[in-house]
Design a protein around this ligand. Sequence first.
Ligand code: TXA
Ligand code: MG
Length: 337
Amino acid sequence: MNTLILNENQIDIAAKIIKNGGLVAMPTETVYGLAANALDGEAVSKIYAAKGRPSDNPLIVHVASVEDIYPLVTEFCDKAKKLIESFCPGPLTIVFPKSDVIPKEISGGLDTVAIRFPSNEIACKLIRAAGVPLAAPSANISGSPSPTACEHVKRDLFGKIDAIIDGGRCSVGVESTVITLANPEKPVLLRPGGITLEMLQSVIGNVEVDPAVLNPLAKTAKAASPGMKYKHYSPKAKVILVKGNDKAFYDFVNSQNKDDCAALCYDEDTEHITVPYVTYGSKSNYETQAKKLFTALRRIDDRGFKTVYGRCPETDGIGLAVYNRLIRAAGFEVIEL
Ligand code: TXA
Ligand code: MG
């Protein structure tokens, strides 16, 4: 298949592809998404085929106005209303009880649907021009780091999808926060992201954190968010997280074999490190870490390292999202110094 590379002035071409049941990768403020008409089960099933995604991992439905949410859900509770007023459009996904218009290909057998109203202008224009809600997972091959630039999408999906709209680099850099309000009495954070746990709690009070956010899912447990049971974000190199202060980290990585290992570290660390390194943002600025993390993971593979020792990020604010992605990239392997 020939994949068209479009710019932001060619959204009408992309909208036509969507209306005809095709697949278009679009930029959002979090990561690039692989979009299809959410109301067309056959179009949606092409997403799973292109990504190699397991069919029981449900997709997020993207809308470009709050009113567009109503026909897709059966209950719109007060907490949903408050979260939407505070944080949408933006990097927040809310799980609702689903209505009958949601095809089974989207919900992966669940009776809920995840909905997001992105703030990216190009994504919103495409949703409006297509005239339908768009199902869109991250536009990567299943299991590889999420794409935060057009180049990443090309690398993973060129020849497998109809078009990619190049919208430059994504501003947030990690996928949206996912919260379930399927039971409005008990909101649960399923995936941390740009809208932090602290921000959610300041608007709706207590929010539980699903155990799978920080820990490996027990073999027998049922995932509240099916995406959490799959290996994710992994570069081909073996990633191991290292917890410890600056000096302990430098001593540890500098004593490793330079020939096949690297450090995944903060910008401020580089002058202290004698093995090869890739940086993922500033120690004191978690937003830069979120923005650079997936590019750093892809760079690790480009350079062919076998083992990578990653500095363990803090877990407050958007740091929790960075930690959640890195601990999965590391397959939960952590060395405490
Ligand atoms: O920022 C984002 O959310 C990006 C952009 C493209 O919008 N999309 C994205 O989609 O990250 P994806 O498919 O890579 O991740 C969706 C996550 C998965 O972990 C999935 O299991 C979960 O949301 N999810 C989707 N529907 C759900 C549902 N009904 N209940 C619980 N979890 C759900
Ligand atoms: Mg994904």
